[in-house]
Design a protein around this ligand. Structure first.
Ligand code: SF4
Length: 551
C-alpha cells in the first residue's frame, strides 16, 4: 500500500474555471485552465516552495488542494488520517455501487479512446474544442478508474466484484461505528475536562463565581456521570475492535484465493487508505479543516474587523471542539498560542485595525496554529509586509515548524524568500509544473529555461554576480484560455526550436528527485553560475518613418 511519509499526494490535478459564453452562437465551452496535470507529493515536515510569475496558478493550486475550489479532475489524497479514522461516506457509496461504477469507468475509457482516435485521424485539422474534449474525457475516465480501484483494489479486476465489495463494506461499516464511538468518547472527555476546569477554578478563587458550592456539586456529579458513560463506551469500542479483526480476516481469506491472478495483484497495488479530499462531503471536509489550514496574503481582509483577537482565535477552537465555549482553560490556551506567535497578553481584547501589518499576520498565524494543524498553505503570506517584518514572520514560521512538526506549502513569487525557507521547490508556468527539485538543486542546477530566467532576475548586491547578464523574457504570459500548443513556454523561450512549437515536452526525472518539462534537459549553468548556452536575441526592427515623426 503506498503510504510512506507523504502527507499529501496530488495526482494529475486539473482546475478549470468555466467562462460564460459571449454569444448564443458560441459552440464550445471555454475554460480558464488555471492548473493542468499537477502531480506532487508533499512530505511530512517539509516546506514545499511554489514559485512562478503572477497569474501562473500558484494560489489556485494552494486553494484547490484545500478544496476551497472544487477540482476539475485528478486526486488529492491526504495521509494525515486514514479512511478508518474519518469513515467518509464516499467509501460506502463506492462499495455499494461497485459493479455500476466499474461499468461507468469502462464506458468513459471507451469514450476517451474514441475521441483520441478521432483527433489522431483528423491530425492538424482537429479543432481546439476537439482537443479540449479529448483531454477532458481522458482525465474524467482516469479519475473514475482511480476512484474505484483505490477502494476496491484487486476485486475491481474480477468479473464479479460483489462478494469482495460486500466483505469490504462489512469491514467499513464496523470502522464507521468505531469512528463514531471515538468521536462520542472525545466529546465526553471534553465535558469531563470542562467540569474539572470549573472545579479547579472555583477552588482557586471561590469569590469569582456566584453559587460556587452549588456549581461545584453539579460539576462533580457530572464528572461521575460522564466517567461512567465513558467506561461503557470504551467497553463497546473494545467489542467492535474484535468484530473488526474478524472482518479483516474474512477479507484476507477471500483475497488469498486470487493470489495468482495477475490483474488482481496489479489492481491490488492501487489500494490506498489515504483520504481523497475531492470526494468528501462539505460536512466531512469541515472535520478536516483543523488539519489543513491557510494563511492568506492580506492579513487585514482575512480577519473579521468586528472580532477581537481572542474571539478570532476562539472561533476555530470552539468549532473544532477543542474547548467548550466560555471554558476557563481556553483563555489560557489562547494566550499561550498568542505568546508563541509573538503577541502580548494585553492584545487579547484588541481589534485587527489596532495592529500593524506584521502583527496582523501574526494573528493569522496564531489563528491557524491554535487548531493544531498538520499542513499550512502560506499563500504569499509575507508579500504585503516590509522587508524587516518579512524576516520576522519567516523566522517565526521556521521556529513553529520545528517545534510543532508542521508541513508548509509556501507560495511566493519572491525567490530569495523561497530559497531560504524551502526544502523543495516547484516552478510553475501557465498552470503547469515545469521544474521540481530540492532548493539547492533548483538554485545550483536549474534545467528549465524559465527557471534560469527567473533566477537571473533575483536582485543582488553580490559584486561577482552584478556583471551577469539578466535574461529578460519577452512578451506577456499567454492566455490560459487558449494556451499555446506544444510547449506552453515556447512563445517566450530564448531556446525554443520548431519541435517546441509542436510537441509538448514530457515531465521527466533528470536525476534523483529533480523533474523537468523541457526538450533540452542538459545543464544550463556551470558551477560558477555562468550560462552554458547562447541567449538568442531578437533582432531590433528598423525604425519606421511614423516612429521617427513621433519623435
Ligand atoms: S521545450 Fe522548448 S520552448 Fe519549452 S522550455 Fe524547453 S526549450 Fe523552451
Amino acid at each position: 500500500m503506498p503510504s510512506t511519509n507523504r502527507l499529501l499526494s496530488i495526482t494529475n490535478l486539473k482546475k478549470y474555471f468555466p467562462i460564460a459564453k459571449s454569444s448564443i452562437f458560441q459552440k464550445g465551452q471555454l475554460y480558464v485552465r488555471a492548473n493542468e496535470e499537477i502531480t506532487i507529493d508533499i512530505h511530512s515536515g517539509e516546506t514545499f516552495g511554489l514559485v512562478g510569475e503572477s497569474g501562473c496558478g500558484k494560489s489556485t493550486l494552494g486553494r484547490t488542494i484545500l478544496q476551497l475550489y472544487d477540482q476539475t479532475a485528478g486526486s488529492t489524497i491526504y495521509y494525515g488520517r486514514t479512511l478508518a479514522d474519518l469513515a467518509p461516506s464516499y467509501v460506502a457509496k463506492t462499495l455499494k455501487n461497485a459493479p455500476k461504477l466499474i461499468a461507468k469507468y469502462k464506458k468513459l475509457q471507451a469514450k476517451a479512446q474514441a475521441l483520441a482516435d478521432e483527433c489522431e485521424k483528423l491530425g492538424d485539422s482537429a479543432t481546439f474544442f476537439q482537443h479540449q474534449s479529448k483531454n477532458l474525457a481522458a482525465a474524467e475516465a482516469e479519475t473514475a478508474f482511480q476512484d474505484v480501484v483505490k477502494i476496491l483494489g484487486g476485486f475491481a479486476a474480477l468479473d464479479d466484484c460483489r462478494p469482495g465489495a460486500a466483505l469490504l463494506l462489512k469491514k467499513f461499516s464496523t470502522e464507521i461505528l468505531i469512528a463514531k464511538l471515538k468521536d462520542e468518547i472525545w466529546e465526553i472527555e471534553l465535558e469531563i475536562k470542562a467540569c474539572k476546569a470549573l472545579v479547579k477554578h472555583v477552588n482557586e478563587d471561590p469569590s469569582s463565581v456566584k453559587n460556587a458550592e452549588k456549581k461545584v456539586a453539579k460539576a462533580e456529579s457530572s464528572i461521575t456521570k460522564y466517567t461512567a458513560l465513558k467506561e461503557k463506551k470504551e467497553a463497546k469500542l473494545a467489542e467492535l475492535r474484535m468484530v473488526l479483526e474478524e472482518d479483516e480476516q474474512a477479507v484476507e481469506a477471500l483475497k488469498a484465493q486470487y493470489a495468482n491472478n495477475e490483474q488482481f495483484v496489479q489492481y491490488e497495488a492501487y489500494l490506498d487508505d489515504g483520504i481523497d479530499l475531492s470526494r468528501l462531503k462539505y460536512s466531512e471536509m469541515r472535520l478536516l479543516r483543523k488539519d489543513l489550514q491557510i494563511i492568506f496574503q492580506d492579513p487585514y481582509s482575512s480577519l473579521n474587523p468586528r472580532m477581537t483577537v481572542g474571539q478570532i482565535i476562539e472561533e476555530g477552537l470552539v468549532t473544532h471542539k477543542f474547548f467548550k465555549h466560555g471554558s476557563p482553560e481556553m483563555k489560557e490556551y489562547i494566550l499561550e498560542t498568542m505568546r508563541q506567535c509573538g503577541l502580548q497578553d494585553y492584545m487579547l481584547h484588541r481589534y485587527p485595525h489596532q495592529f500593524s501589518g506584521g502583527q496582523r499576520q501574526r494573528i493569522c498565524i496564531a489563528r491557524a496554529l491554535a487548531v493544531q494543524p498538520n499542513f499550512i498553505v502560506c499563500d504569499e503570506c509575507v508579500s504585503a509586509l516590509d522587508v524587516s517584518i518579512q524576516s520576522q514572520i519567516i523566522n517565526l514560521l521556521q521556529e513553529l515548524k520545528r517545534e510543532k512538526s508542521l508541513t508548509y506549502l509556501f507560495i511566493s513569487h519572491d525567490l530569495s524568500v523561497v530559497r531560504y525557507i524551502s526544502d523543495r521547490i516547484g516552478v510553475m508556468y501557465l498552470g503547469n509544473l515545469v521544474e521540481l527539485g530540492t532548493a539547492e538543486t533548483i538554485f545550483a542546477d536549474p534545467r528549465h529555461p524559465y527557471t534560469v530566467a527567473l533566477l537571473s532576475s533575483i536582485p543582488t548586491t553580490d559584486m561577482a554576480n552584478l556583471s551577469k547578464e539578466r535574461i529578460l523574457l519577452e512578451g506577456n504570459i499567454p492566455s490560459p484560455i487558449r494556451p499555446p500548443e506544444g510547449c506552453k513556454f515556447h512563445t517566450r523561450c530564448y531556446m525554443a526550436c520548431e519541435k517546441c512549437r509542436i510537441v509538448p515536452p514530457p515531465y521527466v526525472e533528470v536525476e534523483k528527485d529533480h523533474f523537468v518539462a523541457c526538450h533540452f534537459l542538459d545543464r544550463k549553468v556551470d558551477e560558477n553560475g555562468n550560462y552554458l548556452f547562447e541567449i538568442k536575441k531578437e533582432e531590433k526592427k528598423p525604425e519606421t518613418s511614423e516612429e521617427k515623426t513621433e519623435e
